[in-house]
Design a protein around this ligand. Structure first.
Ligand SMILES: [Zn+2]
Length: 210
């Protein structure tokens, strides 16, 4: 749930005590993103909820579009403005999954409120690779190549690749409507279900000798 901050239009400040040494705050469409980030890291009212947040997104009030994203290292007190906070971190660049997911997108509806600081109800990264390796990913289900790991782990539970294929084909055949048709057994007998450690199953019917 990233922090989302709506920026006003560029507003000049002439305050020699400003700890960020800024000449303006707000969004300047003519300045570089780095300059805009430096001008807008503070001074925000960020409560407990901001603690532990990893990303901050900024949108511009005029065009209602997300214009910058940064990864947060820390949130510190603004020594020159009691109660206000400064975000320390790094501006994200094109190619970063969070940048690609958000920058250029319309400002979320939930952020269109009076308070410039909101928290978006979306997941940003932080989910784990589907192979169980514990790596954090931002897009898809696997770290590139790890779907192979996940697949081979499953093959290994059955045996070799040919064994796995035979097992899988048997499984598929078993699910076809042809073989799942109900069968009535009209004679007395013994029904045995055997399962091997590799997951192969056999069902055997032995009629009671007449
Ligand atoms: Zn993995």
């Amino acid at each position: 749930m990233p922090i989302h901050i709506t920026l006003t239009r560029k507003t000049r400040i002439d305050d020699p005590t400003d700890v960020l040494g800024r000449t303006y705050f707000g969004w300047d469409p003519d300045a570089t993103a780095e300059t805009n980030w430096a001008a807008n890291r503070g001074h925000w009212v960020l409560g407990q909820r901001a603690r532990g947040e990893r990303y901050v997104l900024f949108s511009f009030v005029d065009d209602r579009e997300i214009v910058m994203a940064a990864e947060i290292d820390d949130i510190v007190e603004a020594t020159d403005k009691p109660g206000k906070k400064i975000i320390e971190g790094a501006l994200l660049q094109p190619g970063h999954p969070v940048y690609e997911a958000f920058v250029g997108q319309p400002q979320p509806e939930s952020a269109r409120v009076r308070n410039p600081v909101t928290y978006l109800d979306v997941t940003v990264g932080g989910w784990l690779c589907g192979c169980g390796c514990g790596a954090e990913i931002y897009v898809g289900e696997f770290v590139r190549g790890h779907e192979q790991t996940a697949l081979h782990q499953r093959v290994a539970r059955i045996g070799t690749i040919p064994e796995f294929i035979r097992w899988f084909d048997t499984l598929e055949a078993g699910q076809s409507p042809e073989t799942t048709r109900a069968t009535a057994i009209a004679v007395e007998g013994r029904l045995e279900l055997s399962v091997t450690a590799k997951g192969a199953t056999t069902l055997r019917f032995t009629p009671v000798p007449a």
